[in-house]
Design a binder for this molecule. Structure first.
Ligand code: THG
Length: 266
């Protein structure tokens, strides 16, 4: 599992003011904590600061990269913010995200073209949020074909079929999961990703929902997630579920995790 740490996001009440005040030590700590707990990428999102998003985004990227040796997942719907952010980013970032929304799509393609950046292809279009697997696949197919035509490698595409809160529709979980399965069956070498914690918005004891949904998604082939790596039980479940899903030859990763004490909780 390719893990994108979700905690540096200004929409979270806990960290909003620390970003607003550019509290260096706090952001550095949250970046390090996520990295030390297994994050491969650090998501950075300053979307709530309308008119100042680019400024905050650049500061977040610099602060993260001065403290951990990991690329960022640059989380903004605004292509202009993205373009400025890429300039200060060291190494190859993950762009979060392109979608089929026309404005966003047209401005994102030239930014991506000819680069080796990873890109999240979010299943959203100008006609609104997808509800069923068919809705999601229609958008995913178009996005993937267009990206490939622009010479983006399948290996650099992370399709996000869009996790919506289970509280807004009983079938939203399964429609998402079945899309993940269909994408992996149809496009070999492509990746899938999601904002995992979206599933539990508005529901109590969210971590059980998030953990269960992750295990279900692993059985469908999900190979990346924007999530909270500080949930040790989640991290242990991922190791076990991937072994059970046949992704861990000779249980090697599982045994290593055991030896490193990953299954003993504090
Ligand atoms: N797809 C893509 N990018 C995304 C999302 C997605 N980026 C943003 C979001 N969705 C994923 N990130 C988060 C971050 C935090 C929470 C949920 C999704 C979250 N946060 C609080 C918490 O930590 O408990 C709750 C809110 C608060 O503190 O006010 O739930 O789907 N491509």
């Amino acid at each position: 599992m390719n893990i994108v740490g979700e905690l540096i996001n200004a929409s979270r009440k806990k960290i909003r003011d620390d970003i607003k005040d550019k509290n260096y030590d706090v952001i550095a700590r949250v970046a390090k904590d996520q990295f030390e707990n297994g994050a491969d990428f650090i998501d950075v999102n300053a979307g709530i600061f309308v008119g100042h998003e680019a400024d905050y985004m650049k500061w977040l990227i610099q602060t993260v990269q001065e403290n951990v040796d990991a690329p960022c997942c640059i989380d903004t719907p605004d292509p202009q913010v993205l373009e400025e952010a890429i300039k200060v980013h060291k190494g190859t970032p993950m762009l979060n995200s392109i979608s089929l929304e026309k404005d966003r799509y047209d401005k994102m393609i030239p930014i991506l073209k000819g680069t080796d950046m990873k890109v999240i292809a979010l299943c959203m279009s100008d006609t609104g949020m997808p509800y069923t697997r068919e809705d999601r696949m229609k958008i995913a197919d178009q996005l993937i074909n267009n990206l490939v035509q622009n010479n983006v490698k399948l290996e650099n595409i992370y399709v996000d079929p869009l996790v919506q809160p289970i509280g807004s529709g009983d079938n939203l979980g399964m429609e998402f999961l079945n899309t993940v399965e269909e994408i992996h069956g149809k496009y070999e070498g492509i990746h899938t990703v999601c904002g995992l914690s979206n599933i539990s918005f508005g529901i109590p004891s969210r971590k059980f929902m998030n953990q269960s949904f992750m295990i279900m998604a692993i059985t469908k082939g999900l190979d990346s997630a924007i999530m909270n790596p500080m949930d040790q039980q989640m991290m242990a479940n991922i190791i076990a579920a991937e072994t059970l899903a046949g992704k861990d030859p000779f249980c090697e990763k599982y045994m290593n995790a055991y030896r490193e004490g990953m299954f003993e909780f504090k």
